[in-house]
Design a protein. Structure first.
Length: 201
């Protein structure tokens, strides 16, 4: 990763997400916890405060939330969620790869590329597949939260590995939206409760 890109990635950690929500598509009920947190953490690399018209990839990012049950895709600007898609996580390897590739290519064609693609994952095997597909077919290196982007929440668990990146970005997103201290309850595949102190610990 270049110094310029590292600098941009650090800058977006300071980006604040607005409360405005964009149009929901494909029957989506709302933004998933991982999408909210990852979008809040990732921001928009260009630092634009207003989204441009759909189709201008310089202001659009693709956020992928890889959970144990579903893989959610969200096309985001700083203020809006423009599109959402989901794929079931537990599938045969070839079927999962085909489903992921289909969604990636369809979104890439519709929005003419992305300023960046950010992945938040709790399933390492799927992360590798997604990262390879993005690099091969979209000619872009994905940003992996926890590796390329470090979430600015201090993890005080006795065993920090017990807290997935999805919980950290969700905690960060809650802090950005509502301030801290805050209690974050995630009703996902597992129900988790995270308490974030005033110091974001």
């Amino acid at each position: 990763m270049t110094k310029e890109r590292k600098s941009k990635l650090k800058e977006i950690l300071r980006s604040r997400v607005t409360r405005k929500r964009g149009p929901q598509q494909h029957g989506a009920a709302g933004v998933s916890h991982g999408e909210m947190g990852a979008a809040s953490t990732a921001g928009v690399l260009t630092g634009q405060r207003k989204s441009r018209k759909v189709g201008d990839s310089t202001d659009i990012i693709l956020v992928v939330d890889v959970g144990n049950t579903y893989i959610h895709f969200a096309v985001c600007t700083k203020a809006d969620v423009l599109n959402r898609q989901s794929v079931v996580t537990v599938q045969k390897s070839l079927e999962l790869k085909a489903a992921l590739n289909q969604v990636l290519l369809a979104l890439h064609r519709r929005y003419h590329g992305f300023a960046n693609i950010v992945i938040c994952s709790v399933v390492p095997a799927v992360t590798k597949v997604l990262e390879a597909l993005v690099l091969k077919n979209l000619k872009t290196k994905a940003v992996i939260i926890g590796r390329d982007l470090i979430v600015p929440i201090k993890n005080l668990y006795n065993n920090p590995q017990q807290v997935g990146q999805d919980r950290l970005v969700c905690a960060y997103g809650a802090c950005e939206l509502y301030g801290q201290p805050v209690i974050v309850i995630d009703l996902g595949t597992a129900i988790t409760l995270d308490v974030v102190s005033e110091k974001r610990e």
